[in-house]
Design a protein around this ligand. Structure first.
Ligand code: AMP
Ligand code: MG
Length: 413
């Protein structure tokens, strides 16, 4: 093979991202915002906490009154959370206060209940001298008016949503694109088929794609399995273009195989067939049907996954304005000798072990682009960039984490 005829992955991805149209912005209630991408920075229009309040159950005092302890103060009022103090704390006085209740005027410190002795309800003995502002949560101490609560381009997590909720009930995010998926191939039958005829295989790709899209909370239109004939393909593409913002089909893009795709897209759209310098997932078709972007992924399931991760997922996230387009990449060590093609970015499916705090990668099983079992058990890609080829055990390697195994113990506990 002539490496010069291969398109570098970075170039292919840049071209794909360039072709994406940014999605429209919508204001959504926080209940609907998980995994959405912030379109603009979330700016606080009010302080959090909204008022100075107590961080402890205890007594609000003037710290100067309790500089020497023990000291006995008069309890003038009881303030539970959600209630407002009516009295100002004067010399020799204290207010019983619960966590989250507004601090009364005059007081400048909270003495935790553990450091006090209640004498008769009306008086309290303070046993520990508080510092100024002890256990007082000041207004705006978490977020001040005008602070950026969450930057633009962030895919929202539970933690972000809690922070946004502290300042209001909605957030501006990008509308997620509707994605149409289909598997192509005369040999492909639904996974639930009771008995396979000779030559038939169960469709793995739609289960994979639908789930990967669901992880991103992307609405999916599933167009099913499309036979290798012009009429079916034409109808499916037209349907997809009518129903979706982006089309992902698998199969029918290998050499000698893509005549149907080419012919159909010649009528209603455009397509380029690329040979990307990557392994797996070298063949890749990218084009549009009636203005809707089309991703023609290779049919082999592992190739489908790699191409989804390297092209489709970044494209969707980019269209939603996300800053981070690839899964997290970390440094690790190769745990075995491997030989790969130096002409390509190679994505090995690996499992990680830990050795003295370093991640050590070994292949999770067979590396054929049809071997789903080794993909299922893998945690990461070991990414071997163009120009490298062979890697020996002990050499550094980039790991692209598509899963953090919750069963792995990071440290001895
Ligand atoms: P293709 O890209 O259509 O040439 O297909 C490449 C290989 O992937 C062939 O062995 C196909 O049978 C297989 N394949 C294609 N589509 C699927 C699918 N949806 N599920 C499982 N295997 C598939
Ligand atoms: Mg096929």
């Amino acid at each position: 093979m002539n490496p010069a005829s291969l398109k570098p992955l970075a170039e292919a991805r840049a071209q794909v991202l360039e072709a994406m149209t940014p999605m429209a912005l919508v204001d959504v209630p926080i209940e609907d915002a998980l995994h959405r991408v912030t379109a603009v920075p979330v700016i606080a229009s009010e302080p959090v906490p909204p008022f100075a309040n107590s961080a402890m159950d205890g007594f609000a005092v003037r710290h100067a009154d309790a500089a020497e302890v023990p000291v006995i103060l008069d309890v003038i009022e009881d303030v539970p959370a959600g209630h407002v103090p009516k009295l100002r704390v004067g010399p020799g006085q204290a207010t019983r206060i619960m966590t989250g209740a507004p601090t009364p005027e005059g007081a400048d410190a909270i003495v935790p209940v553990e450091d006090t002795v209640s004498l008769d309800g009306a008086r309290v003995q303070i046993d520990a001298a508080p510092a100024v502002d002890a256990h007082v949560r000041i207004a705006g101490g978490d977020v001040a008016i005008g602070d950026v609560v969450v930057d633009a381009g962030i895919r929202l997590t539970a933690r972000h949503l809690a922070s946004i909720a502290s300042t209001g009930g909605s957030v501006a995010v990008a509308q997620p694109p509707v994605v149409a998926i289909m598997s192509t191939g005369d040999e492909v039958v639904p996974p639930a088929t009771p008995r396979l005829e000779l030559g038939m295989i169960r469709d793995t790709n739609r289960a994979l794609l639908a789930s990967l899209l669901d992880e991103l909370r992307i609405p999916v239109v599933d167009l099913g399995i499309i036979g290798d004939d012009l009429g079916s393909l034409r109808a499916a593409y037209q349907q997809a273009a009518a129903d979706a913002d982006l089309i992902v089909s698998t199969g029918g893009v290998s050499m000698g195989d893509y005549d149907f795709v080419k012919q159909v897209l010649g009528e209603t759209g455009s397509v380029e067939f690329w040979r990307v310098a990557m392994q797996p997932a070298k063949p890749f078709a990218f084009g549009s049907v009636a203005g809707v972007p089309l991703f023609g992924l290779p049919g082999n399931p592992v190739s489908t996954f790699v191409a989804f991760e390297q092209f489709v997922r970044p494209a969707i996230l980019h269209a939603m304005g996300a800053e981070k387009l690839l899964r997290p990449r970390i440094r690790g060590t190769m745990g075995e000798d491997i030989a790969t093609s130096p002409d390509k970015d190679v994505f090995l499916r690996v499992l990680l072990a830990e050795d003295d705090g370093a991640f050590v990668a070994v292949r999770s099983g067979g590396q054929g682009s049809n071997v789903l079992s080794a993909l299922a058990s893998a945690e990461a890609f070991a990414v071997i960039p163009v120009g490298v080829g062979d890697v020996s055990a002990g050499e550094p390697v980039t790991l692209e984490m598509f899963r953090w195994d919750e069963n792995r113990t990071q440290h001895d506990e």
